[in-house]
Design a binder for this molecule. Structure first.
Ligand SMILES: Cc1ncc(COP(=O)(O)O)c(C=O)c1O
Length: 459
């Protein structure tokens, strides 16, 4: 008990020291949940910056960049991405399960509507930053139809240039020096770095046991001063595919009221659910709109990732804060895309259902295949990822060298778990974006690559 108190006081002292001396403005804190249990150190990892391949080299800038740039960690995956790129250039086939970037096309109706809307000269003009009224109305209609949530499309819905843009700007609108956000760990990188770029501090709490996450949120709120301002949740979770039921949000809303924080729910994988599971919307919890917002996207369920269209819905004041900052930064989404998105939401539920069914098939192919190789796999109930524990005897190797081995020797690209923060070490994230045949091919290639070592270990 005394030890725990000392540890907590250490954490608080460190946060307060930085906040009170204004250092937080220069050097955001990232605290890992385990640091409540070990001496506090800076979250000194390198991390996954984005899931994209980056064309630029990771080296010091020769121009005097802003301090916020110095807060970003070195890029961890430069070597892996370079290797992937070199293989492609050499004409070597790579089965790419690295990024949750859908390979399936959107429904033809959506493409036809876009093609038609592009012909209309008035759609070439700047659109409105918040999204056109009929689009916001359609989002509200879909929330009512799917989740029984009532939204005022004028004050409680805003369109964003993908949910990642909206999320980042929301953090910029809400967070500043000395403010702290609790984020899920392992972490989808932007959940951490949008807060860091806004000069906020981050406490990363393991989200894979949702009830434990809630207890840790309460513990943090009890012990941290100033209290966290924002709690970010993401279920179905990227990367771990952890899912929750509605009661999780009931508890979260209670905590938000008790400790006076706001909530951002990143609901990117709302539409990709399996075996009859329906991921609950945070907004369908009584009182949710009083404390938070939810981001949704057309990238996953409608396979419109490159179109860049998402939404932020819920608390009118948070939506207004985002609208204000967006009004300065952007002119909104190409109007033809907004029009096609209306058609998608109005007429293409069938396409969402069939893409979810397709991902379910792929999940089964990949999970069954890896289980047959002896891997310990829990099939996800939703999302686009299989979160796989690295099997013995390779667990010791670390997720980055193991991922490089799979790429080099099996021609299969995956994301190493450590790219999502220290909690991800020992795991791989495999995106089920390639078709079933390619996934079978991936499993065979992984099996062939690891077989000699299995045999050697057994002899
Ligand atoms: C959890 C999560 N949130 C947000 C996004 C980004 O979505 P969008 O394409 O709408 O920016 C992704 C994309 O992979 C994601 O995994």
């Amino acid at each position: 008990m005394a030890d725990e108190l000392v540890r907590v006081l250490n954490v608080i002292a460190r946060v307060c020291r930085l906040a009170f001396h204004g250092v937080a403005a220069l050097s955001s804190l990232l605290i890992n949940a385990r640091e409540f249990g070990v001496p506090l150190s800076r979250y000194e990892t390198t991390a996954m910056r984005s899931e994209n391949e980056i064309p630029f080299e990771d080296k010091p800038f020769k121009v005097p960049v802003a301090d916020r740039m110095k807060r970003l960690p070195p890029y961890l995956f430069g070597k892996i991405n370079k290797m992937k790129y070199q293989k492609r250039v050499a004409g070597i086939d790579v089965i790419d399960l690295g990024m949750g970037n859908p390979t399936d096309p959107p429904d033809q109706l959506i493409i036809d509507k876009l093609t038609e809307a592009v012909q209309d000269p008035k759609n070439n003009r700047y659109s409105v930053s918040n999204g056109i009224g009929n689009l916001r109305k359609e989002v509200a209609t879909r929330y009512r139809r799917k989740y029984g949530v009532e939204l005022d499309h004028d004050t409680e819905v805003i369109a964003t240039i993908g949910s990642k843009e909206g999320f980042s700007h929301m953090c910029l609108a809400l967070m500043g020096p000395g403010d702290t956000a609790i984020v899920p760990a392992p972490s989808f990188p932007i959940h951490v770095y949008a807060v860091v770029l806004a000069s906020g501090n981050v406490i990363a709490l393991d989200t894979r046991d949702p009830q434990e996450f809630l207890r840790n949120v309460a513990f943090t709120c009890e012990h941290l001063f100033p209290k966290p301002k924002l709690v970010i949740v993401n279920f179905p979770h990227n990367p771990s595919s952890t899912c929750i039921e509605q009661d999780f949000y009931v508890e979260l809303v209670k905590l938000a009221n008790k400790y006076d924080f706001n909530v951002i729910s990143d609901f990117a994988y709302a539409d990709i659910c399996y075996d009859g599971y329906q991921a609950p919307s945070f907004l369908s919890t009584p009182g949710a709109k009083d404390v938070g917002v939810e981001f949704t996207t057309m990238s996953k369920g409608y396979s419109m990732a490159g179109w860049r269209i998402g939404f932020c819905s819920g608390n009118a004041e948070m939506v207004r804060a985002l609208a204000t900052i967006k009004g300065y930064y952007d002119y909104g989404i190409f109007q033809a895309i907004q029009i096609a998105a209306i058609v998608a939401m109005r007429h293409c539920d069938h396409a969402v259902d069939s893409i979810a069914a397709e991902y379910q098939k792929r999940r089964d192919v990949l999970c069954d295949g890896l289980k047959n190789l002896g891997w310990e796999i829990t099939p996800p109930r939703a999302g686009m990822f299989v979160w796989a524990k690295i099997p013995e005897p390779w667990a010791e190797m670390g997720s980055i060298p193991f991922s490089m081995k799979l790429l080099e020797e099996a021609g299969v690209a995956v994301s190493p778990g450590s790219g999502f923060g220290p909690e991800g070490e020992g795991f791989l994230r495999l995106a089920i974006v390639e078709n079933s045949q390619r996934l079978r091919q991936a499993v065979r290639a992984i099996g062939r690559c690891l077989k000699p070592e299995v045999a050697a270990a057994g002899s």
